[in-house]
Design a protein around this ligand. Structure first.
Ligand SMILES: [Zn+2]
Length: 87
């Protein structure tokens, strides 16, 4: 499903990501499908409140960053610095 970065902009906040870069972060109520959380490598079950994060400074531009977005457990996003040290 395509997402428009401009449409999402008002509902997001900026935080530094696991690699230290600038990310847009948005909390979502849950989706119909399961996603694999990059923080713990476990599935986020459908309907689970979680966080979607994407890179602001994606090398291919903002739209590519949104298309490359990742779904995280809220706790895993909060702990991203500890669990996934920057390489
Ligand atoms: Zn997780």
């Amino acid at each position: 499903m395509p997402l428009d970065p401009d449409r999402l902009a008002g509902m997001t906040r900026s935080e530094s990501g696991p690699d230290g870069g600038s990310y847009s972060v948005r909390q979502v109520r849950g989706s119909e499908k399961a996603y694999r959380c990059p923080g713990c490598d476990q599935l986020i079950e459908p309907g689970t409140v979680h966080v979607v994060a994407w890179q602001n400074d994606h090398i291919l531009g903002a739209r590519a960053g949104v298309e490359d977005r990742r779904h995280w457990h809220r706790a895993c996003w909060q702990a991203r610095g500890r669990r996934r040290p920057a390489r």
